[in-house]
Design a protein around this ligand. Sequence first.
Ligand code: URP
Ligand code: ZN
Ligand code: ZN
Length: 474
Amino acid sequence: MMTWIIRNGTLITAAETFSADILIEGETIAAIGKHLPAPENARLMDASGLYILPGGVDVHCHFDLPMFGTVSSDDHYTGHKAAAFGGTTTVIDFISQDDPSLPACVEAWHNRVGGKAAVDYGFHMNITHLYEHTLEELPDLLNAGISSIKVFTAYNNRLRLSDGEIFRVMRVAGRHGLLTLLHAENGDVIDTLTADALASGHTSPIWHARTRPAWGAVEAVLRGAALAAQAEAPLYVVHMNAAGEVDQLAYVRERGLPIMGETCPQYLFFTEDALTRPDGAKWVCSPPLRTASDQQRLWEGLKDGTLQVVATDHCPFFYNGTRPILYEGQPVSIPGKELGQDDFTRIPNGLPGVGDRLPILWTYGVGSGRLTPNQFVALTATNPARIFGLYPRKGTLLPGADADLVLWDPKKRLTYGVDHAHHRTDYNLYEGWELTGYPVRVFLRGNLIVDEEKWLGKRGQGRFLHRNPFEGRV
Ligand code: URP
Ligand code: ZN
Ligand code: ZN
């Protein structure tokens, strides 16, 4: 059992900022305090001039996800490693409902992870088909350590459930402590606009956004919230992107409903203008990027507590999947965005982000004065851990918690890009962005897994997290 004493750091939690030493014994934090006596066998780390944050918790990731004849290019090792370099030590990924039996789906996803996990991880279960027995199987997800499910109001004939089906799923979920996640868009409108666009010969990436209007997202948020209210179930709206969505969330929260929301860095830092660039396919994700006024409302929502979480929806694809990159010294290429070069509907949907989230949000959220350091920790670690049944084991700095720590150098400056990000893809959305403040050392359950540019983590070191039932709104 390894013992560490980390001296002279400035600890940042969701609630406070203070100077203290941290004693780690084995996998957990044993003590936090000033001038802690060092046990004889302790390894010493000096954190003078550094902040110490709880490891980031990214509750929205897609690793090794099959889509449009290819697969998202980070698997459960490469994506975990990228997460760790960016200061994130817990990730939650989505199980596809590829089999009529939910237990079989869960087993298949554990097999997909295999021995690859390098940080701690959990699963959400996508509910995209309602078979006779699906409702009966839902409560058993909790025994499998899965306390959340995702439903979709878009992707007709593929992932979408009808409103009636969503209501029935939510009713069972609510009774058993399962939290329902909602992908809010209007699948019928999208299908009609997409058919019209293709018939008119519109094939470029901007049409991905033009065929998925914000109004569809806005009404789907209110529809989902109303269904949840009638089902007496809690709800968490993923990847919120439009001003009107935040308005709807504020409306339902003012009425005391247990409804929460997440946004992602891509919606805070880019607009649909990115899709008009020659390499616009890099920014194709669903829901799409919106406008500057949508961004402004999202920032307000983060500041005033209407939104609780910044996650990533990490789902990377190569920009040019015919040209190999070197990953850990080996050439790798995976078909990607080029699949849709003649037709926006064939561009795999999704962006890299799991490693970018904390460094980008620090410089352009905290550094720009939009968020306090404590709000940053709340949005990226503490709130997601609470909402998804992981707190206080994850998401905070407390004796007894897992020793998942990020030592953060607030003075470190760098020009960010694909070389820093460690994602297994050939581009980065934030190429050339100037950063001040960066994670320099990362601990996962007391193991130092990132030391500056050195990767000390291992395949198989990450552990599956049995999450607790939903306890109440944040
Ligand atoms: O474009 C995205 N976001 N791909 C991942 C799937 C989803 O709906 O979250
Ligand atoms: Zn989604
Ligand atoms: Zn997603």
